[in-house]
Design a protein around this ligand. Sequence first.
Ligand code: BG6
Length: 298
Amino acid sequence: SKDENGVSQVVLRSPRGASARISLHGGQVRSWKNERGEELLFTSSKAIFKPPAAVRGGIPICFPQFGNRGSLEQHGFARNRMWVVDENPPPLQSTDHSSGNAFIDLLRKSSDDDMKSWPHRYELRLRVILSVDGYLTLISRIRNVNCKPFSFSFAYHTYFSVSDIRQEIHLNDSEVRVEGLETLDYLDNLCNRERFTEQGDALTFESEVDRVYLSSSDAVAVFDHEKKRTFVIRKEGLPDVVVWNPWEKKSKAIADFGDDEYKHMLCVDAAAIEKPITLKPGEEWTGRVDLSVTASLY
Ligand code: BG6
């Protein structure tokens, strides 16, 4: 099918009615719905769907740069460019296509345009799998098809939809919180990337957050009491976790984002940022994230 701007997109469906929609613009997951048809990812009502800008919401892919840590455009170019369906996908692992799983393979190869700002030949393959249970897996494989090494950073910039992130409106533990980042060091983008250590038991939200948690364990959970929903983010090859919410003031400065929408989104990204990945010619890197959602255990 086509998206809002006429760009091809692919819809995956589970036998029990969960779905995921992926656009060739950016190789971006645009929608992920559970079996009840409820949208699990946030997309801004002000999102601009016209390429080349990345769409505000879903799961944009940040490659080969995260944020403005380098000379490239913010979050790299992969999210802005057109991808194709991969005609020559990597072999399936037995777990990828266990019966009932739906999947699609996309590909982005370095173009002359990419080469102008980043003179390296790469192939970026993305497999998106929707399992029978309605869980979402993204596997990215990046290959150096050049004759010299290159380095990059990477993130699955995942916009989760949440009930209301503001701690102040909730009582006791009725809130949105993130677990799995306790005691970790993080770089705070709001303080010149200074390094701090997380002191809290769980992360709750009362102001702007823009952090890169370093070398996290392989599972991080987002609890949403009001929606009675828990997201679990499992990851491989992606040591860092970005947590971002622009809050009230910053929201107003983002053109493709509604002034009040910060209440209903939270980005928690599986990422490789602090230590860039280096690939020698012919080498390949794999970064995988598994997103599951369950009724909360409250
Ligand atoms: C986050 C960054 O991941 O993405 C923030 O940590 C940034 O600093 C945000 O503002 C949104 O970026 P963009 O380019 O999609 O507006």
